[in-house]
Design a protein around this ligand. Structure first.
Ligand code: FAD
Length: 304
């Protein structure tokens, strides 16, 4: 009960426009620096280098979402392009994750697609991969449509499917061969479209992971849940699915010991490393997922 109230509270805070705006000016506060790798490209590349040295590969995300101003969407696009260039120049093992609402999806679909094309062209030239993070249900259909459009010219783009949606298994049928990240789902969604209880979400999560793996498609299993991770390892062993056909992913600052242990077992572990001034919504969603993470915020408050 307390957990549910806390989850809803942090999800509510994550959408608060005033706090989102204010946080951009504050710099990393409330302990956010434990899960956000700085505000500049230079800082994030440095963090990625350190993770690479431990055998972890990365994907970086320039934080920002629900942008309503074309200039901001263009600025975000430029930063994504510069990030891909910095990845290439520094030689780190790292790809890029983006959010379509940061690139202008809520302003104008064609602006957003054009911004994605600019990013994908640089990714192609630098031999890199771009993952479109999946946002809330109101953007779900459009994201899948845009992905299909982009993949006609750029095979170096993939997206994410969230296991809490009833439709996840059906959607996977149209995504055979597409490199997907599979997750449980981070947004607050209605019972009309999404499972609400953990057992059902976990069950559907394992089902879609197996479904995508069995089609031979490259699959990223993005979860901190050791029970799920162990079941996936077992399933892959039993079905002779090679370690080169899948990877595990976790967020920067979460379960670092488990991340390294998985690497030591010969699996690929990709760390999702967010950076940028727009850290507030991301940080609040992490607090919503796991109320224990509130200790990050409290420590942050008292250590300043
Ligand atoms: P949970 O269901 O939160 O936890 C299950 C169990 O795992 C817990 O009960 C606990 O035993 C253990 N556990 C979990 N976290 C910890 C911890 N920190 N320390 C110790 N034990 C722990 N969501 C989206 O909607 N769209 C996206 O594009 C998206 N991208 C993501 C990318 C990555 C790399 C990751 C890791 C997640 C992403 N998510 C995304 C978030 C995801 O949907 C979940 O909300 C989030 O990962 C929480 O679910 P979980 O599977 O990690 O485990």
């Amino acid at each position: 009960m307390v957990e549910k109230i806390s989850k809803n509270f942090f999800l509510y805070l994550s959408k608060n426009k005033v706090l989102n705006k204010g946080a951009k000016k504050w710099g990393l506060k409330l302990g956010a620096s434990q899960v956000v790798a700085g505000t500049t490209i230079h800082q994030v590349i440095k963090v990625v280098k350190g993770l690479n040295q431990k055998g972890l590969v990365c994907t970086v995300d320039h934080l920002g979402e629900f942008v309503m101003n074309p200039a901001e969407a263009t600025e975000a696009t430029d930063i994504c392009v510069q990030t891909l260039e910095a990845i290439a120049v520094s030689g780190v093992n790292c790809n890029l994750s983006v959010k379509l609402t940061q690139l202008g999806l809520d302003i104008d679909r064609s602006l957003c697609v054009n911004n994605m094309l600019k990013i994908l062209e640089v990714a192609k030239k630098t031999n890199n991969f771009v993952r479109i993070d999946m946002e809330d249900y109101s953007h779900y259909e459009q994201t899948l449509e845009i992905l299909a459009e982009l993949r006609q010219s750029y095979p170096n783009v993939g997206t994410v499917i969230q296991a809490y949606f009833y439709r996840a298994q059906d959607d996977l049928k149209n995504l055979k061969g597409v490199p997907l990240r599979l997750v449980k789902g981070a947004y607050k969604e209605s019972g009309e479209v999404a499972y609400q209880n953990k057992e059902e979400i976990d069950e559907n999560y394992l089902t879609i992971i197996k479904q995508h793996l069995l089609t031979g498609s490259y699959t990223a299993i993005a979860s901190h849940d050791h029970v799920i991770i162990e079941k996936v390892k077992q399933f892959c062993k039993e079905n002779n699915i090679p370690k080169t056909q899948f990877e595990f992913q976790m967020l920067y600052g979460f379960r670092a010991d488990v991340q390294e242990e998985i690497v030591s077992q010969g699996y690929t572990m990709r760390v999702y490393v967010p950076f940028g001034k727009d850290w507030y919504g991301y940080f609040m969603r992490r607090l919503a997922e796991r109320p224990q993470n509130v200790s990050f915020a409290l420590r942050g408050l008292f250590s300043k």
